[in-house]
Every structure is written in C-alpha cells, then in structure tokens.
Unconditional design. Sequence first.
Length: 255
Amino acid sequence: MIFSVIRFQIMYSVAFALSCSFITNAADKVSALVGWSKPPYVIQMDDSGFEIELIESVFRRSDADVTFSYAPYGRTPWLIKQKKFDVALTMSPKHDLTGAYVSDSYISYQNVVVKLKSLNVKVEHISDIKDYSVAGFQNATKVLGTEYKNMGSSNALYFEVPDQRHQVELLILGRVDFVVLDVNIFNYLSKSITGSNFMKKVDILYLFPESKYHLACAEENICAKFNHHLKASKKTKEYKELLLKYDFISAPNRP
C-alpha cells in the first residue's frame, strides 16, 4: 500500500512537471496575427510600429519571442478562433470572438476631424461639417456612429479614401476641407509627406470617443500572462521611449 502511494506521488509529480514544462515551452514562441500595415501602429515591411514593438516588449518580459504574420483584417477573428495563431492584435468588442479569450486593453486609437488653420470655420459637432468637403477613412460611416453616418449620407461632398497617405495629402494640398482619421496616423503621415512637424498648421477636433483595442488569445493562459506583464511594461522607461519614438499624441482630458 505504501509503495502504491509513493508510486502515485512520483507519477503525479512527473506529470505535473511535464505539464509545466509544456506550458513554459509553448509560451517561448508566440505566433501573432496582424492586419495590414497601418503606420505608425503597424509597419509590415520590417515588423515595426508602436503596436508591434509594444507586444514584443510585453511578451519579452516572460521570455517569449513573438513572430508576426499578416492577413486581411476581416479574417482575423476566424483564424484566432480556429487556433491557427496564439494571439491576434487590434481586436475590439465589435468582433465576434466567441471561443477565444480577450486581453485587457493595451492601446487606444483616437479618431479626430482635422482641418487646416487657414479654414476659418467653427466646428463643435459632427453635423457642422455637413456642408464641406470631407475625406473619411474607408468604412468610416460604418464605425463612427449614427451622427457621422447621417452626415456622410447627406453630404454630397463626402467620400472615403482607402489609402490614408493620399487622404492626408488631400488636406495638405487644400483639396478637401476636412479629413477624418486617427490622430497619430495623421501626425505620422503628415510628417512623412512634408518632412517636418505639420501639427501646428492644423486644428485637431476631438468629436469621437477613443476606441480601445485588445489581444484575442487562443488560450486563456496566454491572455493572463500578457495582462500581468502589460501593466508592468507601461511603467517602464522603454514604454516612454516608444511613445517618444513614434511621437504619440494623447487626447486631451474631457469630461
């Protein structure tokens, strides 16, 4: 009887050690699915950008290396639910992630309305731009709420642009009165186009709530580990340097 108990304890200890070893080794490599390039958040050419480097730094705290693969954004929820990848970036509550696990929010996008300072127009509500030429990002009328959708449908001068670099160029050249896009995308692309900081030449109008994004994880333990290290990562010098590297703009405090 004693030998049976000892044998059971040994077998249990070995099994537990092997299971821990499996979890540790599985976590050493994390496969991440990302949508197409969206500078400064995602730069596919060299696996860089604010989001890419933030995710790398968080998992690095658990001694895990991340490999990135790119696919059309619309396929991401299905691929993660099928466990084809460990994590998927830039997921929101609007996505159908049934069966997957969702991390804490690790980043927020801030859509804004942008105009040149030379355009002397007071804008306090989305409806105030309905009589002006407006270039939105692709599918903006589907994601920015009812008021924006109504503005777009009633404005003969409203159109959407799939290439956001071209969208920014339209404003810089004075071809449109307003553009609607994420504030950090505008900052990054306008600087890339003009070769200098262009923000002093425009007014940034904060008419939309921020959009919080999460990781979708194939396994619960991956999300738990990410959440644990995310909080610590955002307190580091490395995180502050990443914000400076991409010249990130934070939305002003609003009630």
